[in-house]
Design a protein around this ligand. Sequence first.
Ligand code: GAP
Length: 446
Amino acid sequence: MEKLVSLCQRRGFIFPSSDIYGGLSACWDYGPVGVELKRNIREAWWRSEVQERDDMVGLDTSILMNPKVWEASGHLAQFSDPLVECKSCHQRWRADDLKENKCPACGGELTEPQQFNLMFKTFMGPVEEAANVVYLRPETAQGIFVNFQNAVNTSRKRLPFGVAQIGKAFRNEITTGNFIFRSREFEQMEIEYFVKPGTDDKWFDYWVEERLNWYVKLGIKKENIRLREHGKDELAHYSVKCIDIDYNFPMGWAELEGVANRGDFDLKQHMEYSGKSLTYLDEETREHIIPCVIEPSAGVDRSVLAVLCDAYDEEIVNDELRVLFHFHTDLAPIKVAVLPLSRKESLSAIAKDVYADLRPCFVTQYDDTQAIGRRYRRQDELGTPYCVTVDFQSLEDNMATIRERDTMNQIRVPIAALRDTLQAKLAGEDLFVLPEGGQIWKDEKK
Ligand code: GAP
């Protein structure tokens, strides 16, 4: 983890928040490369779970909500962790994280556990009084439940169907750490999938498998993922059943995503507290029913961390360490780097033309700063799948070299065919045909 944290900072993936002021505990900023990786993860999720499905619509609801929402959802009363304080050094700990009943910092005696609510409070408007308290949402899910009727009426979806949302959530976690694994401000990708009561077990199994496959499709190794069912004592106050999709992080197996059967808990609660109907008219039976909900709830930041851990690799090439990320091409922050062999005007002119041609199609970086070997290593550390090199021979034969990150194979193709060739390769097309005049070779030996 230490190596990863330092590489992420050095290469512009992730920085501590407000770093020049000494940071802010458990808050992180995504840098120029990290922001692209994070966007690609969100987009891959949105594409496969919303845009490519007939049974899903999206929402983007506000972070601040009427405080009654949190009364109804049970978060005000129950969204808490047991907190203990050391009687000697006064450090505070989450009781269920401790292996022994003494302070991990000084060995001192601990107080009895007290429930500590994890929601951040603030005030709405200019007067700081109890009547104006609002909360930063601790999950994006409630924005979906309170819009259930709006979603049904405007999308005209019939059961089973889902509503998806990506957005920030906030929790005043007692213990944080492990880089971006547990932070106080983070992002969730949540689906509330509404089904007819009685079909919820079937849909629960469906979503566990669908979500597991999603990670594998994006290149996460199967052996690094496992399923873990919650014991009855672990279940959140709203859920009937929950299976975690765990990832084998450097600090051990931990939750990447939870798939929960929330039953009809949330819709019922909001009906009771708002006095509004959140029922659904079953067209077959003409009865008003309250659907059950299956909730696959993933963390964007935890997905970023899992992708980084899974893609990280070290190998020795020509007696030197090569560090690289084997990102799936859909997730790689930079798809192509254009690297002129030298800064000579004649080469820069061609390289800049190539750059201008590729840029509208892929996230492309132009780099003419150091020796070519160093520039390849830099792109390896950014996980860039393809580098395009323009050299002096290009001036004569109008060809350029494509160098592949994972194999370090090089192919030489006509400049006019670069865009199509890269497009095919990035799409993972097996039927890649070397364009007319192209050659393949390998000159960096593993
Ligand atoms: N709506 C259900 C829900 O919020 P959860 O298991 O508390 O369930 C869902 O959270 C996901 O959100 C987790 O699997 C994790 O990926 C992410 N998550 C939760 N707390 C987090 C934190 N403090 N930091 C980063 N990610 C977090």
